[in-house]
Design a protein around this ligand. Structure first.
Ligand SMILES: Nc1ncnc2c1ncn2[C@@H]1O[C@H](COP(=O)(O)OP(=O)(O)OP(=O)(O)O)[C@@H](O)[C@H]1O
Length: 232
């Protein structure tokens, strides 16, 4: 459960004479549903919103609470509660091979090395990427990489998974597979997407426009509001 209270994110002017720039303005949201999609035009503020949810970005004003923990004051706790999946898995895969990457995620919970390796192998197997466990991450397909990144994120057993356009770089087959995998997770999943069919699978859709919430509610109504706004 995540609550945003009158959150704004403002970046200071880069040059003299320029105004400060608000990336998000006065956003208040109670994120309680188990599947929430965030949609909006390029540059509308979707990534900025999602990054607030695990403390990757701090609000300039207002507050973000994750299961009661303030993302600024309790950033370490919040990062353990919220796993973040990036559009490009290479942005988050830190180790040369999948098995090492998942092992790294498991380091805090499993001290014994052999047990950790065995668990990493089991988790990769469960996600259908066991056969590439020892391959270089650079030799994996985009779909395999995204599944490995997700395996590493899930290895720390977060309560919430936040995914920033997780299917954008994937082909149709892998898009479908990842949608299925995310759909089956027991965790709360909050994702941004430009794929309106994917957004329709959520219980709730939030439309961001120029840093503000333009619409928020059942998928069909929120998507209609978005399409209407984009057609104007
Ligand atoms: N650190 C920053 N400093 C200045 N501007 C920034 C910063 N981070 C993001 N922006 C700007 O804020 C706006 C919103 O960016 P954001 O990445 O949240 O959009 P988005 O809705 O996720 O876009 P897309 O669909 O293209 O991924 C963009 O115009 C971006 O250039």
């Amino acid at each position: 459960m995540i609550h945003l209270r009158d959150v704004s994110v403002v970046v200071p002017a880069q040059r003299r004479g320029e105004a400060d720039r608000a990336l998000l303005s006065g956003v208040t949201l109670d994120l309680t549903e188990s599947r929430i999609a965030v949609i909006g035009a390029n540059g509308s503020g979707k990534s900025t919103l999602l990054r607030l949810l695990n403390g990757l970005r701090e609000p300039t004003s207002g507050q973000v609470l994750v299961h009661g923990h303030d993302t600024v004051k309790a950033s370490k706790k919040v990062r353990s509660l919220v796993g973040f999946v990036f559009t490009d898995p290479l942005a988050q895969l830190l180790m040369p091979t999948p098995i090492e990457d998942v092992e790294l995620s498991l380091r805090a919970r499993i001290k014994d090395r052999a047990a950790r390796t065995a668990q990493a192998a089991r988790l990769l197997e469960e996600r259908g990427v066991g056969r590439v466990a020892h391959q270089s991450i650079y030799d994996l397909s985009g779909g395999e990489r995204q599944l490995v990144a997700l395996t590493s994120v899930l290895a720390v057993e977060p309560k919430v998974v936040v995914a920033d356009e997780p299917t954008t770089l994937l082909d149709l087959r892998n898009k479908m597979l990842l949608r299925e995998v995310l759909g089956a997770l027991p965790q709360q999943v909050i994702f941004s997407t430009h794929d309106l069919d994917f957004a329709r699978e959520a219980q709730r859709v939030i439309v961001i426009d120029e840093g503000r919430v333009l619409a928020d509610g059942a998928p069909s109504e929120a998507i209609d509001a978005y399409v209407g706004a984009m057609s104007r």
